[in-house]
Design a protein around this ligand. Structure first.
Ligand code: SDX
Length: 431
Protein backbone atom coordinates (compact mmCIF):
# COMPACT_ATOMS: atom_id res chain seq x y z
CA UNK A 1 0.00 0.00 0.00
CA UNK A 2 1.49 3.40 -0.98
CA UNK A 3 2.44 5.73 1.85
CA UNK A 4 -0.11 8.57 2.32
CA UNK A 5 1.51 11.97 1.87
CA UNK A 6 -0.99 14.06 3.87
CA UNK A 7 -3.99 13.98 6.19
CA UNK A 8 -7.17 15.98 5.90
CA UNK A 9 -8.42 17.75 9.04
CA UNK A 10 -11.85 19.34 9.16
CA UNK A 11 -13.50 21.46 11.82
CA UNK A 12 -17.06 20.20 12.30
CA UNK A 13 -18.14 23.58 13.76
CA UNK A 14 -16.97 25.77 10.89
CA UNK A 15 -16.75 23.23 8.09
CA UNK A 16 -13.20 24.51 7.46
CA UNK A 17 -10.74 21.82 6.48
CA UNK A 18 -7.02 21.74 5.91
CA UNK A 19 -4.72 19.24 4.25
CA UNK A 20 -1.62 18.72 6.39
CA UNK A 21 1.54 17.11 5.01
CA UNK A 22 2.95 13.94 6.57
CA UNK A 23 6.67 13.84 7.38
CA UNK A 24 7.87 10.23 6.99
CA UNK A 25 10.69 8.81 9.13
CA UNK A 26 13.22 6.30 7.81
CA UNK A 27 11.57 3.92 10.27
CA UNK A 28 8.73 4.42 12.71
CA UNK A 29 5.59 6.57 12.56
CA UNK A 30 5.21 9.49 10.17
CA UNK A 31 4.38 12.86 11.75
CA UNK A 32 1.71 15.35 10.77
CA UNK A 33 3.27 18.74 10.06
CA UNK A 34 0.79 21.08 11.81
CA UNK A 35 2.64 24.35 11.11
CA UNK A 36 -0.20 25.73 8.99
CA UNK A 37 -2.99 24.49 11.29
CA UNK A 38 -3.53 27.77 13.27
CA UNK A 39 -3.73 29.88 10.10
CA UNK A 40 -6.12 27.42 8.44
CA UNK A 41 -8.37 26.67 11.42
CA UNK A 42 -7.52 29.13 14.22
CA UNK A 43 -6.68 26.15 16.44
CA UNK A 44 -3.49 25.01 18.14
CA UNK A 45 -2.94 21.39 19.18
CA UNK A 46 -2.83 20.28 22.83
CA UNK A 47 -0.67 17.37 23.98
CA UNK A 48 0.14 17.44 27.71
CA UNK A 49 3.58 15.93 28.28
CA UNK A 50 4.13 15.72 24.50
CA UNK A 51 2.86 12.13 24.49
CA UNK A 52 2.14 12.18 20.75
CA UNK A 53 4.25 15.12 19.58
CA UNK A 54 7.56 15.10 17.72
CA UNK A 55 9.66 18.12 18.68
CA UNK A 56 12.36 17.69 16.03
CA UNK A 57 13.85 15.51 13.32
CA UNK A 58 16.80 13.46 14.57
CA UNK A 59 19.09 10.75 13.17
CA UNK A 60 20.68 9.81 16.48
CA UNK A 61 18.49 7.28 18.35
CA UNK A 62 15.43 5.27 17.42
CA UNK A 63 13.06 3.64 19.90
CA UNK A 64 10.12 1.35 19.13
CA UNK A 65 8.25 1.25 22.43
CA UNK A 66 5.87 -1.55 21.47
CA UNK A 67 8.62 -3.80 20.12
CA UNK A 68 11.14 -2.88 22.81
CA UNK A 69 13.70 -1.70 20.24
CA UNK A 70 16.52 0.78 20.92
CA UNK A 71 19.13 1.70 18.26
CA UNK A 72 21.96 4.26 18.37
CA UNK A 73 22.58 5.48 14.79
CA UNK A 74 20.93 2.27 13.54
CA UNK A 75 22.98 -0.14 15.67
CA UNK A 76 20.84 -2.28 18.07
CA UNK A 77 21.64 -1.62 21.73
CA UNK A 78 22.13 -5.36 22.29
CA UNK A 79 25.03 -5.44 19.77
CA UNK A 80 26.62 -2.26 21.13
CA UNK A 81 26.32 -3.61 24.67
CA UNK A 82 28.15 -6.79 23.65
CA UNK A 83 30.78 -5.42 21.26
CA UNK A 84 31.38 -1.71 21.85
CA UNK A 85 32.71 0.59 24.59
CA UNK A 86 31.23 3.78 26.04
CA UNK A 87 33.80 6.03 24.39
CA UNK A 88 33.24 4.35 21.00
CA UNK A 89 29.47 4.83 21.50
CA UNK A 90 30.05 8.49 22.37
CA UNK A 91 31.94 8.86 19.07
CA UNK A 92 29.12 7.07 17.23
CA UNK A 93 26.42 9.29 18.75
CA UNK A 94 28.37 12.46 17.93
CA UNK A 95 29.60 11.58 14.44
CA UNK A 96 26.95 9.17 13.16
CA UNK A 97 29.40 6.39 12.25
CA UNK A 98 31.55 3.93 14.19
CA UNK A 99 35.19 5.12 14.23
CA UNK A 100 38.03 3.22 12.58
CA UNK A 101 41.11 2.60 14.72
CA UNK A 102 42.80 5.89 13.83
CA UNK A 103 39.61 7.92 14.40
CA UNK A 104 38.99 6.25 17.75
CA UNK A 105 42.57 6.74 18.88
CA UNK A 106 42.42 10.45 18.02
CA UNK A 107 39.03 10.82 19.75
CA UNK A 108 40.24 9.00 22.87
CA UNK A 109 43.40 11.16 22.95
CA UNK A 110 41.30 14.34 22.72
CA UNK A 111 38.90 13.29 25.47
CA UNK A 112 41.81 12.18 27.67
CA UNK A 113 43.51 15.56 27.28
CA UNK A 114 40.44 17.59 28.21
CA UNK A 115 39.66 15.90 31.54
CA UNK A 116 41.43 18.50 33.73
CA UNK A 117 39.56 21.36 35.40
CA UNK A 118 40.64 24.96 36.00
CA UNK A 119 42.00 25.14 39.55
CA UNK A 120 39.47 27.86 40.38
CA UNK A 121 36.77 25.15 40.19
CA UNK A 122 37.76 24.16 43.70
CA UNK A 123 36.38 27.49 44.92
CA UNK A 124 32.96 26.61 43.47
CA UNK A 125 33.04 23.09 44.84
CA UNK A 126 34.30 24.04 48.29
CA UNK A 127 31.49 26.56 48.56
CA UNK A 128 28.90 23.77 48.83
CA UNK A 129 27.93 22.24 52.14
CA UNK A 130 29.54 18.79 52.49
CA UNK A 131 26.08 17.19 52.69
CA UNK A 132 24.84 18.83 49.47
CA UNK A 133 23.33 16.23 47.13
CA UNK A 134 25.91 15.37 44.43
CA UNK A 135 23.32 16.17 41.72
CA UNK A 136 22.94 19.68 43.16
CA UNK A 137 26.71 20.09 43.04
CA UNK A 138 26.93 18.60 39.52
CA UNK A 139 24.23 20.96 38.23
CA UNK A 140 26.10 23.96 39.61
CA UNK A 141 29.55 22.79 38.59
CA UNK A 142 28.60 21.91 34.99
CA UNK A 143 26.83 25.27 34.70
CA UNK A 144 29.96 27.01 35.97
CA UNK A 145 31.91 25.58 33.00
CA UNK A 146 30.09 28.30 31.03
CA UNK A 147 31.91 30.85 33.18
CA UNK A 148 35.26 29.39 32.12
CA UNK A 149 34.53 28.62 28.47
CA UNK A 150 32.23 31.43 27.37
CA UNK A 151 34.66 33.98 25.94
CA UNK A 152 35.70 33.20 22.39
CA UNK A 153 33.02 30.54 22.10
CA UNK A 154 31.79 31.10 18.55
CA UNK A 155 28.82 28.74 18.19
CA UNK A 156 28.80 29.41 14.45
CA UNK A 157 32.12 27.53 14.26
CA UNK A 158 31.54 23.75 14.02
CA UNK A 159 35.03 23.06 15.37
CA UNK A 160 34.35 25.20 18.48
CA UNK A 161 31.05 23.33 18.94
CA UNK A 162 32.79 19.99 18.64
CA UNK A 163 35.45 21.04 21.18
CA UNK A 164 32.70 22.04 23.64
CA UNK A 165 31.19 18.57 23.22
CA UNK A 166 34.56 16.90 23.82
CA UNK A 167 35.14 19.06 26.92
CA UNK A 168 31.78 18.05 28.38
CA UNK A 169 32.29 14.32 27.79
CA UNK A 170 35.78 14.62 29.27
CA UNK A 171 35.09 16.89 32.25
CA UNK A 172 31.76 15.64 33.61
CA UNK A 173 33.41 12.48 35.07
CA UNK A 174 36.13 14.62 36.67
CA UNK A 175 33.50 16.93 38.18
CA UNK A 176 31.37 13.95 39.28
CA UNK A 177 34.27 12.31 41.11
CA UNK A 178 35.22 15.65 42.70
CA UNK A 179 31.65 16.12 43.98
CA UNK A 180 31.75 12.65 45.54
CA UNK A 181 35.13 13.08 47.19
CA UNK A 182 34.18 16.52 48.52
CA UNK A 183 30.99 15.06 50.00
CA UNK A 184 33.00 12.49 51.98
CA UNK A 185 35.85 14.83 52.92
CA UNK A 186 38.52 13.24 50.74
CA UNK A 187 41.15 15.26 48.85
CA UNK A 188 40.38 15.60 45.15
CA UNK A 189 42.18 13.44 42.59
CA UNK A 190 43.47 14.60 39.21
CA UNK A 191 42.57 12.52 36.14
CA UNK A 192 45.30 10.05 35.13
CA UNK A 193 46.00 10.08 31.38
CA UNK A 194 47.50 6.60 31.43
CA UNK A 195 44.12 5.10 32.37
CA UNK A 196 41.15 4.42 30.08
CA UNK A 197 37.89 6.35 30.49
CA UNK A 198 36.18 4.15 33.11
CA UNK A 199 39.34 3.21 35.05
CA UNK A 200 40.29 6.91 35.09
CA UNK A 201 36.89 7.73 36.60
CA UNK A 202 37.12 4.92 39.18
CA UNK A 203 40.61 6.11 40.14
CA UNK A 204 39.36 9.69 40.65
CA UNK A 205 36.46 8.34 42.71
CA UNK A 206 38.13 5.78 44.99
CA UNK A 207 41.93 6.18 45.05
CA UNK A 208 43.27 6.97 48.55
CA UNK A 209 46.82 8.13 49.45
CA UNK A 210 47.36 5.32 51.91
CA UNK A 211 47.32 2.51 49.36
CA UNK A 212 47.25 2.00 45.59
CA UNK A 213 43.77 1.41 44.14
CA UNK A 214 43.25 -2.14 42.90
CA UNK A 215 41.27 -1.56 39.69
CA UNK A 216 38.88 -4.45 39.12
CA UNK A 217 38.25 -5.32 35.42
CA UNK A 218 34.81 -6.75 36.30
CA UNK A 219 33.79 -3.42 37.84
CA UNK A 220 35.22 -1.42 34.93
CA UNK A 221 33.48 -3.58 32.32
CA UNK A 222 30.16 -3.42 34.18
CA UNK A 223 30.38 0.36 34.49
CA UNK A 224 31.33 0.76 30.84
CA UNK A 225 28.29 -1.30 29.88
CA UNK A 226 26.01 0.76 32.12
CA UNK A 227 27.39 3.92 30.50
CA UNK A 228 26.63 2.48 27.03
CA UNK A 229 23.05 1.66 28.04
CA UNK A 230 22.45 5.12 29.50
CA UNK A 231 24.22 7.12 26.77
CA UNK A 232 21.17 8.28 24.83
CA UNK A 233 17.44 7.76 24.57
CA UNK A 234 15.83 9.94 21.90
CA UNK A 235 13.82 12.96 23.10
CA UNK A 236 13.58 12.11 26.81
CA UNK A 237 12.90 14.93 29.26
CA UNK A 238 16.52 15.90 29.89
CA UNK A 239 17.57 15.69 26.24
CA UNK A 240 14.53 17.75 25.24
CA UNK A 241 15.60 20.25 27.89
CA UNK A 242 19.10 20.47 26.41
CA UNK A 243 17.57 21.01 22.97
CA UNK A 244 15.13 23.67 24.20
CA UNK A 245 17.87 25.61 25.99
CA UNK A 246 20.17 25.11 22.98
CA UNK A 247 17.49 26.50 20.65
CA UNK A 248 17.96 29.92 22.31
CA UNK A 249 21.67 29.92 21.34
CA UNK A 250 22.71 29.51 24.97
CA UNK A 251 26.20 28.38 25.95
CA UNK A 252 26.49 24.55 25.54
CA UNK A 253 27.67 24.14 29.13
CA UNK A 254 24.53 25.93 30.32
CA UNK A 255 22.47 23.63 28.06
CA UNK A 256 23.96 20.48 29.60
CA UNK A 257 23.61 21.92 33.12
CA UNK A 258 19.89 22.29 32.37
CA UNK A 259 19.87 18.65 31.22
CA UNK A 260 21.52 17.58 34.49
CA UNK A 261 18.84 19.45 36.44
CA UNK A 262 16.04 17.79 34.44
CA UNK A 263 17.59 14.34 34.84
CA UNK A 264 17.56 14.67 38.64
CA UNK A 265 13.79 14.27 38.90
CA UNK A 266 12.61 10.90 40.36
CA UNK A 267 10.28 10.45 37.37
CA UNK A 268 13.38 10.50 35.14
CA UNK A 269 17.01 9.79 35.98
CA UNK A 270 16.46 10.16 39.71
CA UNK A 271 14.48 6.91 39.60
CA UNK A 272 17.59 4.71 40.05
CA UNK A 273 18.25 6.28 43.44
CA UNK A 274 14.52 6.10 44.25
CA UNK A 275 14.42 2.38 43.39
CA UNK A 276 17.00 1.58 46.07
CA UNK A 277 15.11 3.67 48.63
CA UNK A 278 11.88 1.88 47.65
CA UNK A 279 13.47 -1.58 47.95
CA UNK A 280 14.92 -0.63 51.34
CA UNK A 281 11.48 0.68 52.42
CA UNK A 282 9.83 -2.61 51.35
CA UNK A 283 12.48 -4.35 53.41
CA UNK A 284 11.57 -8.01 52.81
CA UNK A 285 10.44 -10.10 49.84
CA UNK A 286 7.39 -11.07 51.94
CA UNK A 287 6.27 -7.41 51.95
CA UNK A 288 6.39 -6.99 48.18
CA UNK A 289 2.66 -7.75 47.80
CA UNK A 290 1.75 -4.83 50.07
CA UNK A 291 3.98 -2.47 48.03
CA UNK A 292 2.35 -3.57 44.78
CA UNK A 293 -1.12 -2.97 46.25
CA UNK A 294 -0.03 0.51 47.43
CA UNK A 295 1.32 1.30 43.97
CA UNK A 296 -2.09 0.44 42.48
CA UNK A 297 -3.88 2.80 44.86
CA UNK A 298 -4.07 6.22 43.17
CA UNK A 299 -4.48 7.93 46.53
CA UNK A 300 -1.34 6.42 48.02
CA UNK A 301 0.95 8.72 46.02
CA UNK A 302 3.28 5.69 45.84
CA UNK A 303 4.57 4.34 42.54
CA UNK A 304 6.85 1.41 41.86
CA UNK A 305 10.03 3.28 41.00
CA UNK A 306 11.86 1.70 38.08
CA UNK A 307 8.55 0.58 36.57
CA UNK A 308 6.74 2.05 33.60
CA UNK A 309 7.94 4.15 30.72
CA UNK A 310 6.47 6.86 28.52
CA UNK A 311 7.60 5.05 25.37
CA UNK A 312 8.29 1.41 26.22
CA UNK A 313 5.04 -0.53 26.50
CA UNK A 314 7.13 -3.69 26.46
CA UNK A 315 10.32 -4.59 28.31
CA UNK A 316 12.89 -1.76 28.20
CA UNK A 317 15.68 -3.57 26.29
CA UNK A 318 18.20 -1.92 28.59
CA UNK A 319 16.48 -3.41 31.65
CA UNK A 320 16.74 -6.87 30.11
CA UNK A 321 20.49 -6.45 29.54
CA UNK A 322 21.05 -4.96 33.01
CA UNK A 323 18.97 -7.71 34.64
CA UNK A 324 21.20 -10.38 33.11
CA UNK A 325 24.30 -8.39 34.01
CA UNK A 326 23.18 -7.96 37.62
CA UNK A 327 23.32 -11.67 38.33
CA UNK A 328 26.72 -12.00 36.58
CA UNK A 329 28.35 -9.00 38.28
CA UNK A 330 27.08 -9.87 41.77
CA UNK A 331 28.32 -13.47 41.32
CA UNK A 332 31.72 -12.32 40.00
CA UNK A 333 32.10 -9.84 42.86
CA UNK A 334 30.81 -12.35 45.37
CA UNK A 335 28.11 -9.91 46.47
CA UNK A 336 24.91 -11.29 47.94
CA UNK A 337 22.51 -8.32 48.04
CA UNK A 338 19.09 -8.91 49.66
CA UNK A 339 17.82 -5.96 47.60
CA UNK A 340 18.16 -8.13 44.51
CA UNK A 341 15.88 -10.74 46.02
CA UNK A 342 13.28 -8.07 46.80
CA UNK A 343 13.63 -6.66 43.26
CA UNK A 344 13.18 -10.06 41.63
CA UNK A 345 10.11 -10.75 43.79
CA UNK A 346 8.68 -7.30 43.03
CA UNK A 347 9.15 -7.85 39.30
CA UNK A 348 7.54 -11.30 39.51
CA UNK A 349 4.48 -10.08 41.43
CA UNK A 350 3.97 -6.88 39.40
CA UNK A 351 4.30 -8.55 36.00
CA UNK A 352 1.50 -10.96 36.93
CA UNK A 353 -0.79 -8.23 38.23
CA UNK A 354 -3.64 -7.08 35.97
CA UNK A 355 -3.06 -3.39 36.93
CA UNK A 356 0.48 -3.48 35.54
CA UNK A 357 -0.38 -5.74 32.62
CA UNK A 358 -3.29 -3.51 31.53
CA UNK A 359 -1.09 -0.42 31.69
CA UNK A 360 1.88 -2.16 30.06
CA UNK A 361 4.13 -1.26 32.97
CA UNK A 362 7.44 -3.11 32.80
CA UNK A 363 10.78 -2.66 34.58
CA UNK A 364 12.74 0.18 32.98
CA UNK A 365 16.44 0.94 32.80
CA UNK A 366 16.47 2.23 36.39
CA UNK A 367 14.97 -0.84 38.01
CA UNK A 368 18.16 -2.90 38.26
CA UNK A 369 20.91 -0.36 37.64
CA UNK A 370 20.95 0.80 41.27
CA UNK A 371 21.63 -2.73 42.49
CA UNK A 372 24.67 -2.97 40.25
CA UNK A 373 25.94 0.50 41.14
CA UNK A 374 25.64 -0.51 44.81
CA UNK A 375 27.60 -3.72 44.15
CA UNK A 376 30.27 -1.65 42.36
CA UNK A 377 30.68 0.46 45.50
CA UNK A 378 28.92 3.54 44.10
CA UNK A 379 26.98 5.32 46.89
CA UNK A 380 23.22 5.70 46.35
CA UNK A 381 23.29 9.49 46.09
CA UNK A 382 25.73 9.14 43.18
CA UNK A 383 23.46 6.89 41.08
CA UNK A 384 21.89 9.71 39.07
CA UNK A 385 25.32 11.32 38.70
CA UNK A 386 26.41 8.09 37.00
CA UNK A 387 23.42 8.41 34.69
CA UNK A 388 24.48 12.01 33.90
CA UNK A 389 28.06 10.97 33.05
CA UNK A 390 26.70 8.58 30.42
CA UNK A 391 23.89 10.78 29.13
CA UNK A 392 26.31 13.65 28.53
CA UNK A 393 27.29 11.77 25.34
CA UNK A 394 23.67 11.84 24.17
CA UNK A 395 23.05 15.40 25.27
CA UNK A 396 26.05 16.78 23.35
CA UNK A 397 25.17 14.69 20.28
CA UNK A 398 21.67 16.18 20.22
CA UNK A 399 23.02 19.67 20.90
CA UNK A 400 25.48 19.30 17.99
CA UNK A 401 22.76 17.93 15.69
CA UNK A 402 20.40 20.80 16.48
CA UNK A 403 23.17 23.44 16.34
CA UNK A 404 24.09 22.31 12.83
CA UNK A 405 20.55 22.71 11.50
CA UNK A 406 20.22 25.57 9.02
CA UNK A 407 16.54 26.07 9.91
CA UNK A 408 16.77 25.64 13.67
CA UNK A 409 14.03 27.62 15.45
CA UNK A 410 13.76 28.74 19.07
CA UNK A 411 11.53 26.33 20.99
CA UNK A 412 8.41 28.18 22.07
CA UNK A 413 5.32 26.01 22.81
CA UNK A 414 1.86 27.62 23.09
CA UNK A 415 -0.88 26.90 25.68
CA UNK A 416 -4.58 26.56 26.35
CA UNK A 417 -5.33 29.70 28.38
CA UNK A 418 -7.71 28.92 31.25
CA UNK A 419 -7.25 32.11 33.27
CA UNK A 420 -9.38 35.27 33.75
CA UNK A 421 -10.82 37.18 30.84
CA UNK A 422 -9.92 40.91 30.62
CA UNK A 423 -10.73 42.93 33.73
CA UNK A 424 -9.80 46.43 35.07
CA UNK A 425 -7.39 47.12 37.91
CA UNK A 426 -9.03 47.77 41.31
CA UNK A 427 -7.19 50.20 43.64
CA UNK A 428 -6.19 48.72 46.99
CA UNK A 429 -8.64 50.90 48.93
CA UNK A 430 -11.54 49.41 46.95
CA UNK A 431 -10.63 45.73 47.40
C1 SDX B 1 13.76 7.21 32.58
O1 SDX B 1 11.88 9.14 28.49
C2 SDX B 1 12.89 8.41 28.62
O2 SDX B 1 13.41 7.82 27.67
C3 SDX B 1 13.43 8.29 30.02
C4 SDX B 1 14.56 7.29 30.22
C5 SDX B 1 15.81 7.72 29.51
O3 SDX B 1 16.66 6.85 29.23
O4 SDX B 1 16.00 8.96 29.33
O5 SDX B 1 14.17 6.02 29.75
C6 SDX B 1 14.95 7.18 31.69
O6 SDX B 1 13.38 8.26 33.01
C7 SDX B 1 13.03 5.93 32.89
C8 SDX B 1 11.76 6.16 33.78
C9 SDX B 1 12.23 6.24 35.22
N1 SDX B 1 11.08 6.66 36.09
C10 SDX B 1 10.53 5.79 36.96
O7 SDX B 1 10.84 4.61 37.04
C11 SDX B 1 9.48 6.42 37.87
C12 SDX B 1 8.24 5.50 37.96
N2 SDX B 1 7.55 5.50 36.66
C13 SDX B 1 6.64 6.53 36.41
O8 SDX B 1 6.40 7.56 37.19
C14 SDX B 1 6.03 6.53 35.01
O9 SDX B 1 5.89 5.24 34.59
C15 SDX B 1 6.80 7.32 33.97
C16 SDX B 1 7.01 8.72 34.42
C17 SDX B 1 8.12 6.68 33.70
C18 SDX B 1 5.99 7.33 32.70
O10 SDX B 1 4.82 7.99 32.98
P1 SDX B 1 3.70 8.26 31.83
O11 SDX B 1 4.07 7.66 30.54
O12 SDX B 1 3.38 9.69 31.87
O13 SDX B 1 2.55 7.36 32.33
P2 SDX B 1 1.44 7.83 33.32
O14 SDX B 1 2.10 8.54 34.47
O15 SDX B 1 0.40 8.55 32.55
O16 SDX B 1 0.92 6.44 33.85
C19 SDX B 1 0.01 5.69 33.06
C20 SDX B 1 -0.74 4.85 34.08
C21 SDX B 1 -1.30 5.68 35.23
O17 SDX B 1 -2.43 4.98 35.74
P3 SDX B 1 -3.94 5.41 35.21
O18 SDX B 1 -4.06 6.90 35.44
O19 SDX B 1 -3.95 5.05 33.74
O20 SDX B 1 -4.87 4.57 36.04
O21 SDX B 1 0.18 3.94 34.70
C22 SDX B 1 0.28 4.23 36.09
C23 SDX B 1 -0.21 5.63 36.28
O22 SDX B 1 -0.74 5.83 37.59
N3 SDX B 1 1.72 4.13 36.41
C24 SDX B 1 2.20 3.55 37.50
C25 SDX B 1 3.59 3.61 37.36
N4 SDX B 1 3.90 4.25 36.24
C26 SDX B 1 2.73 4.57 35.65
N5 SDX B 1 1.59 2.97 38.56
C27 SDX B 1 2.40 2.45 39.50
N6 SDX B 1 3.77 2.46 39.46
C28 SDX B 1 4.38 3.04 38.39
N7 SDX B 1 5.70 3.08 38.33
Amino acid sequence: MSESKSVLLSDSATGKSVELPLIPGTVGPSCIDIAKLPAATGHFTYDQGFIATASCKSAITYIDGDAGVLMYRGYPIEQLAKQSSFLEVAYLLMHGELPNAAQFSAFEHEVTHHTMMHEAFRNFLFGFRHDAHPMAMLTGMVGSLAAFYHHGLDLEDPEKRRLAAIRLIAKVPTIAAACYRYSIGWALRYPRNNLEFVDRFLHMMFEVPSEPLQLNPVVAKALDLLFILHADHEQNASTSTVRLVGSTGANPYACVAAGVAALWGPAHGGANEAVLSMLAQIGRPEDVGKAVERAKDKHSGFRLMGFGHRVYKNFDPRATIIREMTHKVLAELGVNDPMLEIALKLEEVALKDEYFIARKLYPNVDFYSGIIYKALGIPTEMFTVMFAIARTAGWVAHWLEQSAEADSKIGRPRQVYIGQTRRDFVPMAQR
